[in-house]
Design a binder for this molecule. Structure first.
Ligand code: NAP
Length: 321
């Protein structure tokens, strides 16, 4: 089967397509023919060989050479203990190595809602689960509260704007000028174009800031947070070649020492019940995945290069055709 592989660290050019053996499902596994997957910043950090990523995956060359997490596809075969799925079922979920024609899945596999296409479902897992957990679990966002989403137009942000609306919050999104209409169309009550307006200086205050971009220091974010508000860091600039976004996270945690507001950084973790929450949101029409560009697997380097610009407009999808 065709699989995206990187055998050394470096630019997106290190990504190659190799023919690897098609996996065979174990007794409790489902073999899925992948129709669509996506690229996430975590893969960009992994292939670029950021020092902290090398600690877990080999200092000189990568031990785990496959990429991808999100997938959507069709069940091709099931192990003998699997009762929930059968060949032909349309599914989506999360599995490492998903940038490939096939994956064997045990845990994170769910019926694909009819309301989303394979391309839409193939970009859900990392970004939408992150948005949901950031707002609901770490930000404890309640109906009627005010949330500012900085970095509203990317993979995580486009889900976050819609999920925050579905939770009943008043949503302000921050993005570049070309994405203002998109964010408004996703339900934001107000959209701030960061090239024209400084979101930390317009006098508004928030119960929660979901910071996906990490473009402003804590002292500026602090002044627009209510005294009991929460600042949730999702992502930050890639600028530090050794520790990447950790530089921003560490600086923020130190600067916020003793503040009345809560400062939280989290790494999303997959839970089956959260995929079911997302399924309900898709089926009810409250959330619709936003697809930016669609690449084929053979164009994986281009997809990763585009992701590296840091200006995706929704999800960047990779199809296995
Ligand atoms: N903590 C976790 O578990 C977790 C999980 C997933 C992702 N992340 C992190 O979250 C970040 C975003 O991920 P993603 O998948 O959403 O990335 P993405 O799809 O590449 O989106 C990046 C977004 O950042 C926006 N942006 C760039 N500069 C900005 C600025 N100065 N102000 C406001 N927005 C700006 C861009 O919007 P414009 O083009 O409009 O500028 C773009 O939409 C990454 O750092 C990633 O590593 C963390």
């Amino acid at each position: 089967m065709q699989t995206a592989v990187f055998r050394s660290y470096g630019s997106p050019d290190v990504l190659k397509i190799e023919t690897l053996e098609k996996p065979t499902p174990g007794d409790d596994e489902v073999l899925v023919k992948v129709r669509a997957s996506s690229v996430n910043p975590v893969e960009w950090y992994t292939i670029s060989g950021l020092f902290v990523a090398r600690i877990g995956n080999g200092l000189i060359s990568p031990k785990e050479t496959r990429l991808g997490v999100d997938y959507a596809g069709v069940v091709e075969a099931v192990g003998r203990d699997v009762t929930q799925f059968k060949p032909g079922d349309e599914v989506f979920g999360a599995r490492s190595g998903a940038l490939a024609e096939y994956v064997c899945v045990r845990d994170f596999i769910f019926p694909k809602p009819a309301s989303v296409t394979f391309e839409q479902a193939g970009g859900v897992a990392v970004a939408a689960i992150t948005a949901l957990q950031g707002l609901r679990d770490h930000g404890r966002l309640q109906a009627g509260q005010k949330v500012l989403i900085n970095g509203a137009s990317g993979g995580v942000g486009t889900f976050a704007v819609q999920i925050a609306r579905a939770l009943g919050a008043e949503v302000v999104g921050v993005c570049s000028p070309q994405n203002v209409e998109l964010i408004r169309s996703l339900g934001a009550d107000r959209v701030i174009d960061y090239t024209r307006e400084d979101y930390t200086r317009d006098g508004r205050r928030y119960d929660l800031i979901l910071d996906i971009a990490g473009s402003r220091p804590w002292r500026e974010n602090k002044r627009i947070l209510n005294p009991q508000g929460t600042y949730v860091i999702v992502g930050a600039p890639k600028s530090n070649p050794w520790i990447g976004p950790l530089e921003f996270i560490i600086k923020t945690r130190l600067a916020a020492w003793g503040a009345s507001q809560k400062v939280i950084f989290f790494i999303a973790n997959f839970k089956a019940e959260d995929f079911l929450v997302l399924t309900d949101l898709f089926e009810s029409g409250q959330v619709k995945p936003v697809v930016d560009r669609v690449y084929s697997l053979s164009e994986i380097s281009e997809a990763m290069r585009y992701l590296g610009t840091g200006h995706a407009r929704g999800k960047i999808i990779v199809t296995m055709k």
